[in-house]
Design a protein around this ligand. Sequence first.
Ligand SMILES: [Zn+2]
Length: 381
Amino acid sequence: MTHTSIASAVLAGIVLLAHAAGADAATVYTGDTIQGKRVISQLDVNDLEPGKKHSFFFQGVQMGTGQHWYLPVVVAKGAKPGKKILLISGVHGDEVSPVDAVQRTMAALDPAQMSGTVTAVYDVSRPAKEGVTRFWPAAQSGGAMIDLNRVWPGNEDGGSAPIRHAGLVFNRLFKPNVDYALDFHTASTGGDFTAFIFAKMSKPEIRAMAELYPIEQIKNDPGYSGTLETALVEAGVPAFTIEIGGPRSYDRRMIPLFVEGSLNVLKLHGVVPGPMGRTAKDAGTFFGDAFHTVRATHGGFLELLVDLTDKVTAGQKVAVQRNSFGEVVKEYTTAVAGEVSTIQRDAMIEPGTRVMQILHDSPKPECDGDGCGEEAADYVE
Ligand SMILES: [Zn+2]
């Protein structure tokens, strides 16, 4: 064998190995350890020792300084094989009840009693988390603010760090390890939300999971392009979006409802044993398929006349707005009957701000009021 043919043979072997690794999506350890946690750049839960919990940092995209963003990952690997469930929090940085809800769900798991695997991923939008803000501050273009829940499934070769980060996370962390996925959120800063789920209820596998939550409201929702939920569903993974009230602090009342519902989902798929907890049926959950948005037409100070989960009737006055002289500049009414789902908590608002959204049933759910396109631009959960 000439040197060239040896080199070719070695190269062919490397290519074969690389292909095999790609097909098996084996866990890749970078060799680094951070705060006692091993760093991985790819996860395959099939590689992990059964009957144990495993903690890692997943190596995300590089920063401009050349260092990486790292995401905490905890895997509860059951003693027996079974379904793979993914619990995701921190796609937005100002939403913290999801962290507590996922941590508490993981704490309730005993891998020795499990059949299947539950993988929890935290702080997905790391720089947004560090700033306790919705947006990823990209260095490009003088500091572009990127909503990470508009770029999924991302692209490892994409034109910005957050798009590449989403691609790495989606391809190397989520996809090889998921049969079903739950993406946990809250309202954005300035807003507030009920205990709520967005779910494509037309898909029986998704509906079956969403209805296992003993919560306040569920919206049958077509999904919006670029969200993690939509990217997962388009990749064939049943998934839905959870909203645990407001941002920035733990909601002690709502979090247990979502822990109970998530454990119900694990029981449904045979991952954990035990009887079902309370469900939507027990909680009297309100269902709708459309949001009616009440939107500010003036600047000024908002007095809310209703609150979350209140039932409203068509034509009901729901908020009053005053200027700095105390004069009423606008009274807002709802055009539909339903239940209040989201509400503005910032008292001083600009024109165009969403005052509240009313969940209801519409004859044309995807084209209700400003649900036709504009709603998408204003999807701030
Ligand atoms: Zn969110």
